[in-house]
Design a protein around this ligand. Structure first.
Ligand SMILES: [Zn+2]
Length: 75
């Protein structure tokens, strides 16, 4: 089962979850604050500073521009 990395948009917590591939883009509650405003990181490209994503593809795999209804990480 693959290990996925997630970032909480509320508290900046990064956490990892073992999930099935078909669950990878489902919302993952933050392990620290319980927020559901989290997004999956693509580790090789994401750059995080002070809990904010500053570069690279972020959020879910359907994020392609400034807005993504899938994960809400943008906008
Ligand atoms: Zn959190």
């Amino acid at each position: 089962m693959p290990l996925y990395e997630y970032l909480c948009r509320d508290c900046g917590m990064k956490f990892e979850l073992l999930r099935g591939i078909n669950q990878a883009d489902e919302p993952a509650p933050c392990t620290q604050c319980g927020s559901h405003r989290t997004g999956r990181l693509i580790s090789l490209f994401a750059a995080v500073s002070d809990g904010k994503i500053v570069a690279g593809p972020t959020g879910c795999t359907t994020c392609s521009s400034h807005t993504c209804a899938g994960c809400g990480l943008h906008g």
